[in-house]
Ligand binder design. Structure first.
Ligand code: HEC
Ligand code: HEC
Length: 280
């Protein structure tokens, strides 16, 4: 390194020494990046290698309030709140590499990805945290456990008491039967009579952020204890098991994708009947 630097400066002379130094410091930065792995065909390979972060056990009761607070922090929302309560807590306790994550990007999941109402951001934040440590073979069952639990659970459960930032007191609950932000929020609003743009609804989602963080940490801790042997407790939903006997891989009508409960969308309820005619 030193030799080539001296040779370079010598060859270029004093006039361009400044420029030569600048380009040299550029190449020395490149020298600090990890070697490119063969698996990437000579292209950039991620820092530290794939799935190289070590998962750490956390205390759900400590992280749930962090998740709730993260939801309100700058309005970053549910995905940020859950992810920050998990990876951010590891960063707080253990520093690197957890503290190198660009946490604010998790704002993307707010409102089911930029207010599109797709997957509940709290769930997406948790899934992203799982995937910081485990490849899909191990992380997918963790996601399934969390998502199935979410479909069946009456939310919200968590109550911040006097620390409430949107609305103080008890909130009514509903079971969404769906992992979608849209279905989850709308079902709650329909069941409780609260507006989707009310403070109570924001508070509800803040509390769900804490609930999902706590459940995700329970799953993560169990996974760390059991290792590769870990299996979720919740069975495939009845509808998914039933409908995919024909609409599953290799079956007579293999044309559906996903593991979501089929019921809210295909049960012919009044909510999903034709609203374009004779309505309201
Ligand atoms: C015994 C086999 C079988 C089961 C079980 C089954 N389906 Fe089907 N389903 C079919 C077949 C065959 C079709 C027609 C497929 C085609 O057109 O290619 C179909 C069509 C559909 C369609 C397309 C619209 C329509 O009505 O033609 C939907 C939606 C659907 N099924 C949903 C479901 C859901 C949800 C369940 C579970 C509650 C389910 N199916 C269970 C065999 C089944
Ligand atoms: C979030 C709502 C939702 C969920 C959950 C859902 N579906 Fe669907 N599904 C739809 C919509 C919307 C379509 C497109 C309907 C259309 O073409 O008008 C569709 C299409 C289908 C089709 C193709 C037939 C068609 O008419 O396009 C099948 C088969 C199907 N779904 C089966 C299932 C099964 C089985 C499950 C559960 C494993 C399931 N769906 C879960 C909303 C849903």
């Amino acid at each position: 390194m030193d030799l080539s630097r001296r040779a370079m400066l010598g060859a270029m002379g004093g006039l361009v020494a400044g420029g030569a130094l600048a380009s040299f410091s550029g190449s020395s930065m490149a020298a600090n990046t990890p070697a490119m792995s063969e698996g990437r065909n000579g292209h950039f390979a991620q820092m530290g290698g794939e799935f190289s972060w070590e998962p750490k056990k956390l205390v759900a009761a400590e992280c749930a309030p962090v998740a709730y607070d993260g939801y309100w922090y700058k309005g970053f929302g549910c995905g940020y709140g859950v992810f920050y309560s998990i990876i951010g807590t590891m960063a707080e306790k253990y520093g690197a590499p957890y503290n190198t994550y660009p946490f604010s990007m998790m704002e993307m999941f707010k409102g089911g990805v930029s207010d599109w109402g797709t997957v509940c951001g709290a769930l997406a934040g948790a899934a992203a945290a799982f995937f910081c440590f485990f490849p899909r073979k191990e992380a997918n069952p963790m996601v399934s456990e969390l998502f199935r639990w979410y479909e069946k659970t009456a939310f919200p459960i968590y109550n911040p008491g006097d620390a409430a930032q949107g609305f103080k007191g008890e909130l009514p609950t509903s079971v969404s039967r769906s992992v979608l932000c849209h279905v989850s929020v709308s079902t709650w609003c329909h069941t409780t009579g609260k507006a989707a743009n009310s403070k109570e609804r924001s508070e509800r989602c803040g509390r769900i952020t804490a609930d999902v963080s706590a459940k995700a940490i329970e799953i993560l801790n169990a996974k760390i204890d059991a290792g590769k042997e870990w299996k979720g407790a919740l069975a495939k939903q009845e509808s998914v098991a039933g409908c995919t006997t024909c609409h599953g891989k290799g079956q007579m009508s293999d044309m559906q994708k996903g593991n979501m409960d089929c019921t809210p969308c295909h049960s012919g309820s009044s909510a999903v009947a034709d609203k374009f005619h004779n309505h309201p």
